[in-house]
Design a protein around this ligand. Structure first.
Ligand code: 5GP
Length: 194
């Protein structure tokens, strides 16, 4: 088991409805020493890529993305959830369905912060059905920029997102891939990765 898998086993809680709660260290209280280790691991896994911008989505991706951005020495941009419509065309927009909150949100990124020459590493805390990632990929495409890679903390491998994104050809690295989990016993099984 790697450092993140060990932490998930120690402090993660498996909930009914295929939810893994990691709010004591990842997305409510945040262990930034762990985030630093995650940032260094993403830097190692994407060492061959020329990345000049990190992109994530509000809210729980922001903490991790900031530390990753510090490891890559590049700025981080987050897609904002927005209720207002795009009147003046100054933003890129995507529709994202929230897995945890079961609602649809428009997310926006200002055109000021994403350009055709940008080489983007997308970072998020979880990958479930892949809606959040598809929204971020769409925003990068609208900007004419390039997705150089996608880094996820926890992928739920029993949901479809990872397969969809890999089939689209994106270099996707998840630090922990949960292949199965059981709320009644609390058991979590991780996918073997090299
Ligand atoms: P997707 O768009 O891939 O279906 O879901 C990704 C988003 O849903 C993530 O940004 C994350 O905030 C949230 N999410 C999905 N599954 C879980 C989960 O099991 N636990 C937690 N804490 N968040 C999740």
């Amino acid at each position: 088991m790697n450092f993140l898998e060990e932490r998930i086993v120690k402090d993660g809680i498996v909930k009914e409805g295929n939810i893994l709660k990691v709010d004591s260290f990842l997305n409510h209280q945040m262990d930034v020493t762990l985030f630093q280790q995650m940032g260094e691991e993403f830097k190692r896994r994407f060492a061959d890529k020329e990345i000049n911008k990190i992109l994530t989505i509000e809210a729980s991706g922001i903490g991790i993305a900031c530390i990753v951005a510090s490891c890559f020495h590049v700025p981080v941009v987050f897609a904002k959830k927005s209720k207002s419509v795009n009147i003046d065309g100054a933003v890129y927009v995507a529709e994202v369905e929230s897995f945890t909150h079961k609602c649809k949100n428009q997310v926006i990124v200002s055109k000021k912060f994403l350009h055709p020459e940008d080489k983007v590493l997308i970072i998020d805390d979880f990958l479930a059905n892949g809606c959040a990632l598809q929204g971020l990929i769409s925003i990068v495409a609208q900007a004419g920029a390039t997705v150089e890679g996608i880094g996820i903390a926890v992928e739920k491998g029993f949901q479809q997102g990872g397969r969809i994104i890999r089939n689209l050809g994106y270099p996707l690295e998840s630090l922990a891939i949960v292949d199965s989990m059981d709320a009644s016993t609390g058991t979590i099984v991780f996918r073997e990765q090299n």
